[in-house]
Design a protein around this ligand. Structure first.
Ligand SMILES: CC(C)(COP(=O)(O)OP(=O)(O)OC[C@H]1O[C@@H](n2cnc3c(N)ncnc32)[C@H](O)[C@@H]1OP(=O)(O)O)[C@@H](O)C(=O)NCCC(=O)NCCS
Length: 178
């Protein structure tokens, strides 16, 4: 699996040593407010979650741990082709890190993995995620009620989609631009 460097970030495969840093985020109620599970209470929940990220076989997805200045700040990627997922430490929200991480993820989705589209499933209350996805060019395709039972609360979904043709970086560039 690839390692990607952006201006400020390193995106790399997950490893066992990421457990504490990821559990710190996965146990944060703010980060997990619209996630597909309640905040993790036990380290073992995060261990299992991390292991499934590590085991994710090539060809089924491509998910990255994101580092900033040597510190794990989140994760971003296609956890299961063609579905995108991302989760960042609230301490770093509002600095454009999610956007910066997702751009190369989307470059690879279309240019390397040859996906025709990338999709997302977002809780309609999750304004930060919807804003981020809109900035990247995603468009809403459908809404459904009561798609996730989180604890004892039913949550809804907004489904979004970005087609390869709608991704600017997927356009073929001349090899030697004049
Ligand atoms: C969704 C989530 C990743 C968004 O984080 P974020 O930091 O708001 O996202 P971005 O990287 O797009 O940052 C954008 C913000 O940074 C600001 N910013 C500051 N410096 C910036 C820079 N250099 N480049 C771009 N944006 C910058 C932007 O103005 C913008 O602020 P605004 O939203 O108030 O207008 C974050 O809220 C999160 O981890 N949530 C929990 C997990 C979750 O819900 N995941 C999705 C499940 S479907």
């Amino acid at each position: 699996m690839a390692e990607i460097r952006t201006e400020r970030l390193l995106l790399r495969p997950a490893r066992a040593g990421d457990l504490e840093a990821l559990h710190f985020i996965l146990s944060d109620a703010r980060a997990m407010a619209y996630w597909s599970s309640l905040p993790h209470r036990e380290l073992d929940q995060s261990r299992e979650w991390l292991q499934s990220m590590i085991d994710n076989p090539d060809g089924e997805g491509e998910d990255f741990v994101v580092e900033h200045q040597g510190r794990v700040i989140g994760k971003a990627g296609l956890f299961r082709f063609p579905e995108i997922g991302f989760l960042f430490d609230p301490a770093v929200w509002g600095r454009g890190f999610a956007q910066e991480a997702l751009r190369p993820v989307l470059d690879r989705a279309f240019a390397v993995h040859g996906l025709a589209r990338v999709v997302a499933d977002v809780d309609p209350r999750n304004r930060a995620s919807l804003r981020l996805l809109a900035r990247l060019g995603f468009r809403e395709t459908e809404r459904k009620a009561k798609t996730w039972l989180i604890g004892d609360v039913w949550c809804d979904s907004v489904y979004l989609r970005l087609d390869a043709a709608g991704w600017p970086a997927a356009r073929v560039r001349p090899v030697n631009p004049a």
